[in-house]
Design a protein around this ligand. Sequence first.
Ligand SMILES: Cc1cc2nc3c(=O)[nH]c(=O)nc-3n(C[C@H](O)[C@H](O)[C@H](O)COP(=O)(O)OP(=O)(O)OC[C@H]3O[C@@H](n4cnc5c(N)ncnc54)[C@H](O)[C@@H]3O)c2cc1C
Length: 496
Amino acid sequence: MTQLSRKSFISLGSKTIGGALLTPSLVGFLQGCSKTDLLSEFDWQILSNQLNGTVLLPGATGFDPFTIPYALQYGKTIPQAVVRCVTEKDVVTTVKWARQNNIAITTRSGGHSYAGYSSTNELLLDLSGMTNISLNSSTGLATVDGGARNRHVFSAFSETSLAITHSISKNVGMGGLVLGGGIGFNMRAHGLTCDQLVETRMVTAEGDIAICSETENPDLFWAIRGAGGGNFGIHTSFTFKPFAVTRVTMFELAWNNFPELVFAKLQDVLMTAPNTLGVKVTIEMVRRRVQPAGFVLRPVVTLRGQFKGEIAEFDALMAPVNAISTPIRVVTNEDYWKAQELRSEEGAPKFVHERSRFAFEPLSAAAQATIFAKLAEWPVTSGSAKFNYFLLGGAISLTAPDATAFFARDAKMITTIELTWKDGDQNIFDNKQWLDEFLLIMEAFTSKFSYVNFIDRNEANFLNTYYGPALPRLKAIKKAVDPKNYFRFPQGIPVG
Ligand SMILES: Cc1cc2nc3c(=O)[nH]c(=O)nc-3n(C[C@H](O)[C@H](O)[C@H](O)COP(=O)(O)OP(=O)(O)OC[C@H]3O[C@@H](n4cnc5c(N)ncnc54)[C@H](O)[C@@H]3O)c2cc1C
């Protein structure tokens, strides 16, 4: 096998590698790549010959979409190749080949890492061709391939009266979602996505298959439920125990008036709401036109979610809030999967920075006043500013904090502060400062802990922030499973 050293690369003529003619794609690739020990097209061909999937080199048709991160500000990082695995055997082959060729692998499932951590300038192992979902009627279990997205869950489950906890963003990968925990509107009734996981198949750094469940590799099974994304191996499938669903009320309510009073009352209502209610609350700074030309910013409170019950019951629940101000409302009661389809979104890439903190107590009056005060100071982007929270509790807290790596079982909510903007926005520096200050001030009311699926390049103390008390055990498991730190990324779990 030809492996080019830096020396041989430099000494070669500009148009050939090891005597092989360079294609335009490979030339572009060499110019754009920072790595010095480059593999030849011939090497990649050897890998390609062993796969059912395909190897794409830079410049190849269809290559570019794989390099785009969800958060567009992280730009394009050009991998040496995109290896599109379509079977578990492809994954095993690629891991073994990559080790022999001394190139690091980064796994991409749905590509929705908030920090662009499914990008690399080495080997990008793409699972997006592995989307099969099978439901076993005798066991009642559903097996989801490692590259399936929420859209595939929607279409496979819509044939049934079953569900798992999922996102409403169709393009988000189930791989990244479940490995970080997995929140969704079902979580208060049925737990996190990882709570429905009974088994996963993982390709290790050695290229072996590790089955992880309560009975096989239980330590690893503990670790990957909350800390699995990119850290221990490549998960080729996930087997879930789904729950039954029927009709559901889905809603989006927006209150334009008395936002502070609405926000306070809404939290009071939500803190005692039944677990059959799953919600995301948002305060968004909305532009209102004023004459002659211009706008003022006004906070608008919105509530999105689903309720297992009739519209009338939901309205009764919201009556104390609606007594303060009448919302604009879109409310439907439909069969479960039809309702999800109606309220779903694509989750297309954009310029966005969202920072999160778990809150273990309801937001106090002082916290609420701080939120509105900081939103009023927003330096304004070409996009939006939001304060959000996802209501936790219910079935999530039935699992002990040390039973899985997702330790924040007693949290009341995940709060986030979210900025979006458009390309070329000149005001980003001030906005980032505002975002960081806002998050820091809110720590007095929330916590220092953050949801790893809202992974964030700005977290200085990221290991403690994401994993808290689970960190020592996670490091020990990492050392046992991947002692050479083969699966790594800038905020990965270190060895030992
Ligand atoms: C628009 C949007 C909506 C979202 N909605 C929700 C939501 O409703 N609920 C929720 O909990 N989170 C949500 N998230 C957060 C989301 O769960 C995380 O961003 C998650 O990591 C995305 O997974 P992915 O497979 O799409 O991303 P990727 O970028 O492909 O992967 C994320 C990380 O996981 C690793 N990884 C992915 N697949 C595997 C695998 N099979 N084996 C090993 N490692 C793997 C990658 O290497 C990377 O480090 C949302 C994010 C976005 C951008």
